[in-house]
Write a protein that binds this ligand. Structure first.
Ligand code: HEC
Ligand code: HEC
Length: 199
């Protein structure tokens, strides 16, 4: 996947030089839902500002291919659309430009109330089963995955339900670990992400 992403980056750099896809301008549309600079004001919509460009490209690729089915969401003018539809309308160089824009924003965890005891349990389970790929509670953009530390609880809960139902696919290696989690482990890990390690 990295190699393909790298190729996309080179192509995008070339396209940028020729036609100049403007990431900040493209992101204005995204920010109607994802918030200014990709910091979402709606707990149903994930914050994405501060993810790495590779992470954004990979996530968009999952929507483009339809592997990750999207939920319907409303634009500011009330029009209903979803991530699958949005990504299909973008050219490769636009995806790269918008990904680069979000990678240049700063991740700011959402301060949310949380259950500290449960978060501590979540930290233990996470470090044993998940931290290899999602180090430091999922707060490290350089691993090229979605940041989970300080993400909205409501969004996280929905994604865990989608993983449980199989409507959002996981890589086999993650699935093997995920399937060993009890319902309480899952709640605890979500609480740990919500706490952003602040307990
Ligand atoms: C109409 C609202 C809306 C617009 C516009 C929108 N998004 Fe989204 N986006 C969502 C919602 C809701 C989700 C999460 C639920 C889902 O999977 O459908 C999401 C998920 C994502 C994710 C996955 C985040 C993660 O943690 O897994 C990325 C990346 C993303 N959007 C990027 C973009 C980009 C880039 C644009 C602009 C080209 C954009 N979005 C425009 C609503 C929107
Ligand atoms: C072998 C590496 C690996 C392990 C271990 C792993 N994950 Fe993941 N995880 C991934 C990858 C790759 C993705 C992105 C998949 C995608 O976008 O479809 C991901 C995505 C996620 C997401 C979605 C974030 C978002 O906003 O899109 C969550 C939540 C998550 N993992 C939680 C966990 C939990 C909890 C565990 C431990 C039980 C775990 N992961 C273990 C590799 C891993």
């Amino acid at each position: 996947m990295r190699k393909r992403a790298l190729l996309q980056l080179l192509l995008a750099a070339l396209a940028h030089a020729c036609w100049g896809a403007d990431g900040a301008q493209l992101a204005e549309r995204c920010n109607e839902c994802h918030g200014p600079g990709g910091r979402s004001e709606n707990p149903k919509v994930p914050s994405i500002g501060g993810f790495s460009d590779f992470a954004i490209m990979d996530l968009l690729e999952m929507y483009a291919s339809g592997q990750r089915p999207a939920r319907p969401a409303k634009l500011a003018d009330g029009t209903e659309t979803d991530m699958n539809e949005i990504v299909q309308a973008l050219a490769v160089e636009e995806i790269e430009a918008v990904a680069l824009y979000y990678s240049e924003q700063r991740w700011r965890p959402h301060a949310q109330a949380f259950d500290a005891a449960l978060a501590r349990r979540g930290a233990v389970v996470h470090s044993r089963k998940c931290a290899k790929c999602h180090p430091k509670g999922g707060s490290v953009p350089e691993v090229d995955l979605a940041i989970t530390a300080g993400q909205w609880r409501e969004y996280l809960e929905t994604e865990f339900r989608n993983f449980d139902a199989g409507t959002r696919p996981m890589t086999a290696k993650m699935q093997r670990k995920y399937e060993t989690l009890s319902a309480t482990d899952k709640r605890a890990i979500i609480e740990f992400y919500v706490s952003a390690g602040d307990f």
